[in-house]
Design a protein around this ligand. Structure first.
Ligand code: ADP
Ligand code: MG
Length: 140
C-alpha cells in the first residue's frame, strides 16, 4: 500500500488543556508518523478559507470563532493509508458517537470542541497541507 500524507489540526481545546502530546501518542501508536508540525494562531481569514465548504452551515461562525480563539498545532501525518487511518483513529465528528479508544472519544469536549481535524480525502489532504506547509517543511 502506498504511503500517504494527511493533514491534521490539534484544535484549541487540545492546546488549552495541554493534550497535544497525548494526542500525538495516539497518532504514533497507530503507526502514523508526524513529518511536519507547528504551533500557530489561525487568523479569521485562514479559518474561513480552511472551512470554506461549511460557509453556509449554521455552525460556521461558531466554528471559525472556536478555531481562532486560541493556538492550534497543524501537522502533516504520513503512513500507509494515512487519510482513512487518521479518520478512523479520530473517531466520529460528534464525540458522543465516537468509538471507544478514538481521539475524540477520549479527549473531545463536544462536537464544536472535538480535539482534532483530519482530511477527508487525499485530494483535500493535498490542498490543506499546501495551505499551511511548504515542501521543505515536510521531512519524512
Ligand atoms: P469532521 O471534522 O469530522 O470532518 P465536518 O467536516 O462535518 O466534521 O465539520 C467540521 C467541524 O465543524 C467539526 O469537526 C466540528 O468541530 C464542527 N461542527 C460540525 N458540525 C457541527 C455542529 N452541528 N455544531 C457545532 N460544530 C460543528
Ligand atoms: Mg471535515
Amino acid at each position: 500500500m502506498a504511503i500517504e500524507h494527511t493533514f491534521s489540526i490539534l484544535k484549541p481545546d487540545a492546546t488549552r488543556r495541554n493534550l497535544t502530546g497525548a494526542v500525538n501518542a495516539v497518532i504514533e501508536e497507530a503507526g502514523l508518523r508526524v513529518v511536519a508540525q507547528k504551533r500557530i494562531h489561525l487568523t479569521k481569514a485562514q479559518a474561513e478559507f480552511f472551512y470554506g465548504i461549511h460557509r453556509e452551515r449554521p455552525f460556521f461562525g461558531e466554528l471559525v470563532g472556536t478555531m481562532t480563539a486560541e493556538p492550534v498545532v497543524v501537522q502533516v501525518l504520513a503512513g500507509e493509508n494515512a487519510v482513512a487511518k487518521y479518520r478512523e483513529i479520530m473517531g466520529a465528528t460528534n464525540p458522543a458517537n465516537a468509538d471507544e479508544g478514538t481521539i475524540r472519544k477520549r479527549f473531545a469536549l463536544s462536537v464544536g470542541e472535538n480535539t482534532a481535524h483530519g482530511s477527508d480525502s487525499l485530494d483535500n489532504a493535498k490542498l490543506e497541507i499546501a495551505q499551511f506547509f511548504s515542501g521543505n517543511e515536510i521531512v519524512g
